[in-house]
Design a binder for this molecule. Structure first.
Ligand code: ZN
Length: 76
């Protein structure tokens, strides 16, 4: 009878440790979202947007055709 209780306790402890281990894996391991688009900054107005929606010219990014035509805003 005691043997059965010890086994039950061992299994419960094992399950508890396993859950804790899995939870720690999920919270600590954060891959850098391979599906997420890298964000770029509009050189004119400074808004951030996904790169697939941005327009590029001369290695600079713009949020819209309008800003692309107006060009990068001069710093200060
Ligand atoms: Zn812009």
């Amino acid at each position: 009878m005691f043997r059965l209780l010890i086994w039950a306790a061992l299994i419960a402890a094992g399950v508890w440790f396993w859950r804790k281990y899995k939870a720690s894996l999920q919270t600590t391991k954060r891959p850098a979202d391979p599906g997420a688009q890298p964000m770029v900054r509009c050189a004119h107005c400074g808004v951030h947007l996904p790169r697939d929606r941005a327009l590029s010219r001369h290695q600079e990014w713009f949020c819209s055709q309008e800003h692309l035509q107006q060009g990068p805003k001069a710093p200060r």
